[in-house]
Design a protein. Structure first.
Length: 439
């Protein structure tokens, strides 16, 4: 038997032959010992090289479409039910649960060796009519019962649950979204997480939202503060889902990697949960590459899921936001995604800026708190720190910091890339935001 070796396009060079390839070659009677495996030739194989998954949303109604299932089975190893595990689908009447379509997706996924993300246990949207009409403690109890029942039904089969979805407002307020669930009391989110942990202790529990990709957005900071608070108080949370629905109005932000690394620094995994990017051709391909590279640069960014298989399967099909066209052909965006997954990505700076800064909250006193900042991607840098409200600089270390309030500017002072500041709260306990550029 002869085998032709395709040179690997990967910067990581040749890798060990996989067990699957070895088995195939041995069964064919060939000699495997000197054969090297090329870079991953599917999205799931390429992501697995760095221990990550690559997933997609699946619609139960398309499982009879063999073009669809062939692509999904070949390319993805993490499956999210696009609608079938939502509240209206799983509890159409109070205390009458319907798992038919959710189960179809889980069983398709698991019989094909894939893992499952659960989406979603508590959400203001897609509530069944009976729940929309409830309030107060009756609604709180119904919500907790829903979380408990659904998470128990799927116990042991779910890699990660989106326990709570989209609980914050858009815009500059940083406030919770008004909803019937929010009106049951501000602790409804943590109550949902505790119920989910009790029902399925081995699933990772995620908070999932959109418009939380840009580190400077108030909504991103509000979610960050929620996660920080949960970690500080021992509320069970394991991951943050960045939905990452991008288009011209909401482009891939230049500080996306900073957002990912800053959440990860809180001690949670980050998952890109519903990725789609409107566009076409090179521009779209370039945006997908940037997203993949940002994730690969952060070790706790553990996987990426796109929100559908082909453009025609998308909730916004006219924006052609996915990796396969309507006929199932691979788009330029597919190739750039695959290449980025194969190329590693460790240490890649935010595109266009040359460096990345990670912000993490450190010691805190009643009147002031410390912030640690870590720059990667360059040894020369300028970090612009936007303080909040009336906050003022008390102290800094390992960098030269100018300014006392508003925007502070930090540059290296010969102490390396990790530095810190102490800010007086002056009534505002929110975290500063920071961006990095190479001067
Ligand atoms: O893709 C989903 C679409 O089929 C549904 O009609 C819609 C209903 O709300 O939900 C879409 O998925 C959403 C996801 O559940 C949460 N984040 C935003 C997604 C796109 O709207």
């Amino acid at each position: 038997m002869t085998r032709t070796l395709t040179p690997s396009p990967s910067r990581r060079g040749l890798r060990a032959i996989s067990l699957a390839t070895l088995t195939a070659v041995v069964l064919a009677g060939g000699v495997a010992a000197t054969t090297a495996q090329a870079a991953g030739s599917t999205l799931q194989a390429a992501a697995a090289e760095s221990g990550r998954y690559f997933g997609t949303a699946i619609a139960a109604g398309r499982l009879n479409d063999s073009v669809y299932t062939t692509i999904a089975n070949r390319e993805f190893n993490m499956i999210t039910a696009e609608n079938e595990m939502k509240i209206d689908a799983t509890e159409p009447n109070q205390n009458q649960f319907n798992y038919t379509n959710g189960d179809r997706i889980v069983s398709w996924a698991r019989s094909n060796g894939k893992q499952v993300r659960g989406h979603t246990l508590a959400w203001h949207s897609q509530q069944p009519g009976w729940m929309q009409n409830m309030s107060g403690s009756a609604l709180r109890n119904a919500m907790l019962n829903h979380v408990t029942q659904v998470a128990t039904h799927y116990r042991g089969q779910i890699h990660s649950w989106d326990v709570v979805n989209e609980a914050f407002q858009d815009g500059s307020s940083g406030a919770r979204r008004d909803s019937n669930l929010q009106r049951t009391g501000n602790d409804w989110i943590e109550a949902a997480f505790r119920a989910a942990r009790a029902a399925d202790p081995n699933a990772k529990l995620c908070y999932n939202d959109y418009n939380t990709d840009d580190w400077s957005h108030a909504k991103t900071q509000a979610v960050y503060n929620l996660v920080r608070d949960f970690k500080a108080r021992g509320v069970p949370i394991d991951c943050v889902g960045l939905q990452s629905h991008f288009n011209a109005q909401s482009p891939v932000p230049s500080n996306y990697q900073t957002t990912i690394s800053s959440f990860a620094a809180l001690g949670v995994d980050v998952q890109i949960t519903e990725l789609d990017i409107e566009g076409s051709g090179t521009a779209q391909a370039d945006n997908y590459r940037r997203v993949v590279q940002a994730c690969l640069a952060v070790s706790r960014c553990t996987g990426i899921s796109v929100w559908g298989v082909r453009d025609t399967d998308s909730w916004r099909a006219s924006g052609t936001p996915l990796l396969f066209d309507g006929s199932g052909n691979k788009k330029a965006a597919y190739t750039s995604t695959l290449n980025a997954l194969n190329g590693g990505g460790t240490g890649n700076p935010d595109p266009g800026t040359g460096c990345t800064v990670t912000v993490s909250r450190a010691n805190e006193w009643s009147d002031r708190f410390n912030v640690s900042l870590a720059v990667s991607g360059s040894s020369t840098w300028r970090v612009s720190i936007q303080t909040q409200g009336g906050q003022t600089l008390q102290n800094s270390w390992n960098a030269t910091v100018s300014g006392t309030s508003g925007t502070l500017t930090a540059t290296p002072n010969g102490s390396g890339n990790n530095f810190g500041i102490t800010l007086y709260k002056n009534g505002n306990n929110n975290n500063p935001t920071a961006t990095c550029t190479v001067p």
